[in-house]
Design a protein around this ligand. Sequence first.
Ligand code: MN
Length: 316
Amino acid sequence: MRKIALEEHFTTPELAAYVARPTQSDAIFADVERRLADFDQLRLEMMEQTGIGLMVLSVTTPGVQGVRDGVQAIRLASSANDLLAREVQKRPDRYAGFAHLPMQDAGAAAAELERAVRELGFRGALINGQTNGHYLDEDQYLPFWEQVQELDVPIYLHPGAMADQPAMFAHRPELGGPIWAWTAETAAHALRLVFGGTLTRFPKVKIILGHMGETLPFLLWRFDSRREFDLGEKLAPDARPSAIIRRSIAITTSGVCDPVALAAAIQALGEDNVMFSVDYPYEDPQIAADFIESAPIGEKVRAKVCHGNAERLLRL
Ligand code: MN
């Protein structure tokens, strides 16, 4: 079946210093770096072998989300977007782009998103988590979200580093990365947009979460129950956290090749809100492709997950 993959990463020579290293293995990381830099043989052969027809490419974590200086972040993001646009132009049938945005400066990020969508033909943006301790529900980002809603493109909220090191991860570095902390960080970031009102104020904005929704699909009932307990009142059905999440958040299967989690996510969010992805080059595309081809779901649902939902949401 035709497959579109949305959480597929690259890097540029300029951003080489801003690539997280979530493995102790030199051999694995060397292979990751080689694949991140490649837009040709390695990537195209892999797509051919696994039946991935189209990849929407994004700068790997943290990229400019890890840059201190705002002026430098603006320059690096723009340059990465130009490089990606050139690669997409060479193979528009194989690649599409998500913009890389300098969230150090909300106005510059909004302007770069507009340029990336209107001039470079990108399909949205992927943001690698918090930027210098700032989260996207802050008031400074209101003009950014206005631009997102106006352009009507999705924002992929991807894991990045934690802003600081909480005691719960002390002396347990393996928990401080993708095994757990990145999930907790990204889920909390998404919940800030839900509980902080961003997704109520901008009801047409669509957020994409990877990694089978960063645990959110499995906690919907609890979010509603504990929010009503917290407030001491019943919420209107469309004001419940679960309703906001179902309306405003879509997820991908990146990095979770588990049919049990897939079935639960489809039931929780609906068959229109789950999309295939790999998380290349950190996950094996063949394992991801075999997983989605063989998952025990109906063929109509499989077609939506593999390509239909992405085609609709990203206008591919
Ligand atoms: Mn990823």
